[in-house]
Design a protein around this ligand. Structure first.
Ligand code: 5GP
Length: 189
């Protein structure tokens, strides 16, 4: 793993299958490195319990989401498990221009789009120790319907097949170890 020289003004992107623990890893990273700005995505998915508008997501209906797409207000967007998700363009550009490290936590199709628009961005793929462990984590979350769970598992297989496209791959078997590796990759260690 090559350490990056400086995180300032750099675009970082994290992808990995649903349930791999990206959220926990990213929260731990932000606590330790508050200079990192985490992009807040727009989505047509309904809020899960405890999720706050503007903090976890901007929750939009389809029409409002499509209007954003039509106005080129999203840097990338994709459909995932029946809902649309996208990254608002303006704040990403503003924080990068201000010299802050910017972090996107998005799925594979979006990562591919960002690779085109920000070829100098650094893209990290987070994978589970095994598929069985991933399924256990997704089911253990207990917030999604059986249908949503199967769609997420099916999608996870597609995402796991794409790890070679990424600049770095990190196995999330132990939070502290994964966090230390992430910091090293981002030039924060
Ligand atoms: P969840 O519904 O579990 O919050 O997110 C489902 C998937 O959508 C996750 O893999 C997450 O990384 C991805 N996602 C969240 N925000 C965005 C976004 O702005 N763009 C894209 N392409 N994917 C996103």
């Amino acid at each position: 793993m090559a350490a990056e020289a400086s995180a300032a003004g750099r675009l970082f992107l994290i992808t990995g299958p649903s349930g791999v623990g990206k959220g926990t890893l990213v929260s731990a990273l932000l606590q330790r490195h508050p200079q990192i700005w985490l992009s807040v995505s727009a989505t047509t998915r309904s809020p899960r319990s405890g999720e706050q508008e503007g903090q976890h997501y901007f929750f939009l209906d389809r029409a409002a989401f499509e209007a954003k797409v039509a106005q080129s207000g999203l840097l990338e967007w994709a459909e995932f498990a029946g809902n649309c998700y996208g990254t608002p363009r303006e704040p990403v550009e503003q924080y990068l221009a201000a010299g802050r490290p910017v972090l996107l936590e998005i799925e594979l199709e979006g990562a591919r789009q960002v690779r085109q628009s920000f070829p100098s961005g650094f893209q990290i793929f987070i994978k589970p120790p095994s598929f069985a462990e991933l399924e256990r984590r997704i089911r253990g979350r207990g917030t999604d319907s059986e249908e949503a769970i199967s769609r997420r598992l099916e999608r996870a297989r597609v995402e796991l097949a794409a790890e070679a496209e990424f600049d770095a791959v990190l196995v999330n078997d132990d939070l502290d170890r994964a966090l230390a590796q992430l910091e090293q990759l981002m030039g924060l260690a």
